[in-house]
Structure formats: structure tokens, C-alpha cells
Design a protein around this ligand. Structure first.
Ligand code: SF4
Length: 238
């Protein structure tokens, strides 16, 4: 991790700044050691738009679990074409078929934590190994765990600096930006899927339900294990 950035001071100074300014700051201070991992959610599409619109030389990748919706794969192609960028694919060691051969069918049904570990967390750890910092698309109002996220913070899980340019944004801020700038987004959002992950673990939600109620529906699991945030101590600095 970079030792030249005072995370606490940076987080305080950037709190409330427009996301584009936060991204510019991160690109300036972290250069090629900064990457953006997108799952192609509405927030991720906003960040891709901001990166491209501001010509920021930021690496972008996605975790291709092999179990994404066809609409998500199509959105991936549309974003690349629209912005003339490459969104790198980071894939698990095992294909879905190989995982089935080794762990049995539909591991996501029997042990979704293990499945996420194999198909998301471990590939992400590998993908982040060469970087000092990563951008995420999390918002504070998405989950109780995410309510503690700062604009810039230390990510102990991955030993990185974490840049969260949209933490202060609301759902309406995100959609206002998408509509205002005609940013491509996943058509499943218009069909009752506010939060979209792998197809076996994503269901539509009913009006009035929590936005993430369709993720791992019927299970206690609420997060992939990528963005669980713990409250930080005041001395948290790098
Ligand atoms: S979201 Fe579901 S299918 Fe995707 S990696 Fe996690 S458990 Fe497996």
C-alpha cells in the first residue's frame, strides 16, 4: 500500500466532493496503482462514465464469475463500445463446470459463502495484488455495513486504499446521472432487479422491498464478502 497518502486527512478533505473530483484526486495521487472493480451495477456505470468523461487513465476490471446474466454480458460490451475502453475480465481458476466436478452441482445453493470465496473473493484478491488502491461503487445508504464507509479509507481485508466516490450519493443521485448523460445500464433494473449479481443468486424484488432483498433470497447471506466495512479507528492512516 502507498505510504505517502494520509487517508484520514484525504477522507476529511474530500468528504462531500463531487465524485469526479474524488476520482481525479485518486488518479493523480495513485496513478497506475489504482484500479476500479465494477459489477456493472447502476453505480458502477456512473463511475465508468465519469472515468471516461474525464479521460482518467484508470484501469477497470470486472469479476466474470461465469454466472452473470446475459443482459450483464451485453452491458459490458455496450459500455466498452460507448466509451472506447477495455474492461478487463478477471475469472476464477475453475470454470463453472470444473467447480461442479470438484464441489458438486450448484455450490451456490449449498454453500454460497464458499462459492463466493472461489468465484469472487479469491479472484479479486489476485487481481488486486499489483495495485495500491481500488475504487468501489458502494453507497452508505445501501446496507448497515456500508453506512460506515468513508470517501477514502484503509481496506484491511485486501491491504489497500479504498476509494469510494459515491458513498454520499443516494439512489436518486445515481439514476439522475444515468438519465442525464444517457449512460448505458442493465435493462434488468427496469424489470424489478435493483441489485444484480450472479443469476442463480439474484431475484427480482417486490415494490417496497429492500433493494438487496433479491440477493441470496431465502438465505442469511447479504454480502459477497467484498465490501464488509468495519467502523474505523481515528488513527487509521497510511
Ligand atoms: S453470487 Fe452466487 S453464484 Fe455468484 S459466486 Fe456468489 S454464491 Fe456463487
Amino acid at each position: 500500500m502507498s505510504g505517502i497518502i494520509d487517508i484520514v486527512t484525504a477522507a476529511r478533505e474530500l468528504e462531500g466532493s463531487p465524485p469526479a473530483e474524488i476520482l481525479r484526486w485518486a488518479s493523480l495521487h495513485l496513478g497506475k496503482k489504482l484500479t476500479f472493480a465494477t459489477g456493472f451495477g447502476a453505480e458502477g456505470c456512473v463511475i465508468i462514465d465519469l472515468i471516461a468523461r474525464n479521460n482518467l487513465p484508470i484501469d477497470v476490471f470486472t469479476l466474470d464469475t461465469g454466472l452473470l446474466f446475459p443482459e450483464t454480458y451485453e452491458l459490458w460490451r455496450r459500455l466498452e463500445a460507448r466509451y472506447g475502453i477495455t474492461i478487463r475480465a478477471v475469472r476464477p481458476v475453475h470454470t463453472v463446470e470444473q467447480q461442479t466436478a470438484e464441489y458438486g452441482p450448484a455450490l451456490w445453493e449449498r454453500d454460497p459463502d464458499r462459492c463466493c470465496e472461489l468465484r469472487k473473493v479469491l479472484p479479486l484478491k489476485q487481481a488486486l495484488a499489483g495495485f495500491d488502491a481500488w475504487i468501489t461503487a458502494i453507497r452508505r445508504d445501501q446496507t448497515a455495513e456500508r453506512a460506515y464507509a468513508r470517501v477514502i479509507e484503509s481496506d484491511r481485508k485486501f491491504d489497500l486504499i479504498k476509494v469510494n466516490p459515491l458513498v454520499t450519493w443516494t439512489h436518486d443521485d445515481v439514476w439522475g446521472h444515468l438519465y442525464a448523460h444517457d449512460v448505458p445500464y442493465n435493462p434488468l433494473h427496469d424489470e424489478g432487479y435493483p441489485s444484480i449479481g450472479c443469476h442463480p443468486c439474484t431475484a427480482a424484488v417486490q415494490p417496497g422491498e429492500d433493494a438487496r432483498a433479491g440477493r441470496w433470497r431465502g438465505k442469511s447471506k447479504k454480502e459477497c464478502g467484498l465490501h464488509v466495512i468495519q467502523p474505523h479507528k481515528a488513527t487509521d492512516a497510511a
